[in-house]
Design a protein. Structure first.
Length: 400
């Protein structure tokens, strides 16, 4: 496996951090997940809950070794510090000042081991005018400007159906950790990586930032509902059965007209250029939607578009998507024999490596503190008596 012999101390909870460490685990890293006692990662209480855990937790934390530590105790801080010094990477997403107060921040650990890599996710960054604030996914979507662009033109701004700020931050951190490991391989030095929930989403603006600047402030991207307002007629169309999306850029426009058996539209003065199509968008969109609905089925329309090399796709629900051959054959739908929920479908790793294959069976999520003893014995050489004393005094705990 690509990350074999890389050990990660996972101090994260909820989604952004656990999604990053889950992908590290999928590439072979040993991930030791430190959960805060007595209840562990709060995602164990997110939908859908059964007993002392949840399917939400299972998806993001399968394959990790769970230890549970009382973070309010000095002995707990010492234990985590000792574990950190036995690891290659520490990943955390605590609120402002938490690790500093416990002597576990980057400066504290870097002073003890210069080869350590610390990767942090925060709401708004460790420095800057908003660094003192806490936040979750919706704050990232809102502050980045993305919500302003989502929704109907005459309606309120909307957030996406899935937490893209959390997930984007996790993906970015996952990639950054790989680069930091490569840098350490060349120099022997670790470093601190910072990702926040806002910047990765802001980075997604393909035209809103540079377009406003290029036009000296004369143009500003706005909500345009189910149509891509600046690239007409790209958007969502009601088909005979459901909804499909079609994306037509400048090079596809003449071919799309031919596909609709309306070649004359390509040279029509109302639709000839991109600006012409924007100015007459309502009329053109109506033409396209009527044409789409002329087919017997969505499948027939999509087949016709494919034959004419026009990019298009059906709008699937998540339930429909998880049954689609693209996701099943590509390994994006994985099945876990979850100890609590039984057979459980979860999302897979969204990248493929030629030198690393998917496992035949998915690793399982652990119960709270399930690996307390094996981890403390193996990494810190604690005796059974020493571990029992930690359990007795409540420094470590478990559901066992």
């Amino acid at each position: 496996m690509i990350l074999e012999n890389v050990r990660v101390l996972d101090l994260t909870q909820y989604l952004s951090g656990p999604s990053a460490t889950r992908m590290l685990s999928e590439l072979g890293a040993e991930v030791i997940k430190v959960e805060l006692g007595p209840n562990g990662d709060p995602s164990r209480l997110l939908p859908f809950v059964e007993g002392r855990t949840s399917s939400y937790y299972s998806q993001q934390n399968r394959g990790k070794n769970s230890i549970c530590v009382d973070f309010s105790k000095e002995e707990g801080h010492d234990l985590v510090r000792s574990l950190a010094l036995e690891c290659d990477v520490i990943v955390e997403n605590f609120g402002p000042g938490v690790l500093e107060r416990k002597g576990l921040a980057w400066d504290d650990l870097h002073a003890l081991d210069e080869s350590l890599i610390m990767a942090s996710i925060s709401a708004f960054g460790k420095e800057g005018p908003l660094s003192h604030l806490q936040g979750f996914d919706l704050m990232g979507q809102a502050l980045s400007g993305m919500m302003h662009l989502t929704g109907d033109a005459d309606g309120p701004p909307q957030f996406t159906g899935s937490p893209i700020a959390d997930c984007a931050a996790g993906l970015v951190l996952f990639g950054a950790i790989g680069h930091a490991l490569f840098h350490r391989e060349r120099t022997g030095l670790g470093q601190c990586i910072e990702v926040n929930l806002v910047d990765p989403v802001f980075h997604m603006h393909s035209i809103a930032v540079q377009g406003h600047s290029a036009t000296k402030g004369e143009w500003a991207q706005a909500r345009s509902g189910r149509q891509f307002g600046i690239v007409v007629p790209s958007g969502t169309y009601k088909g005979p059965d459901g909804w499909i999306v079609i994306q037509v850029l400048e090079r596809q426009w003449p071919r799309f007209c031919e596909a609709m058996n309306k070649a004359e539209l390509a040279t029509d003065s109302k639709f000839h250029t991109g600006n012409d199509r924007i100015e007459n968008a309502a009329e053109l969109i109506n033409i396209v939607e009527r044409w789409v609905q002329s087919f017997e089925s969505d499948g027939a329309a999509l087949q016709w578009l494919e034959e004419h090399r026009i990019p298009a796709a059906p709008v699937l629900s998540p339930v429909e998507a998880m049954k689609h051959p693209h996701f099943i054959e590509g390994g994006m739908v994985r099945n876990v024999d979850d100890p609590t929920f039984g057979p459980l479908a979860v999302t897979g790793l969204p990248v493929k490596f030629s030198q690393s294959s998917r496992p035949d069976r998915e690793p399982l999520p652990e119960s709270l503190g399930q690996s307390n003893r094996p981890v403390l014995e193996r990494l810190l050489a604690l005796s059974v008596a020493e571990i029992e004393e930690l359990e007795k005094t409540g420094v470590v705990m478990s559901d066992e």
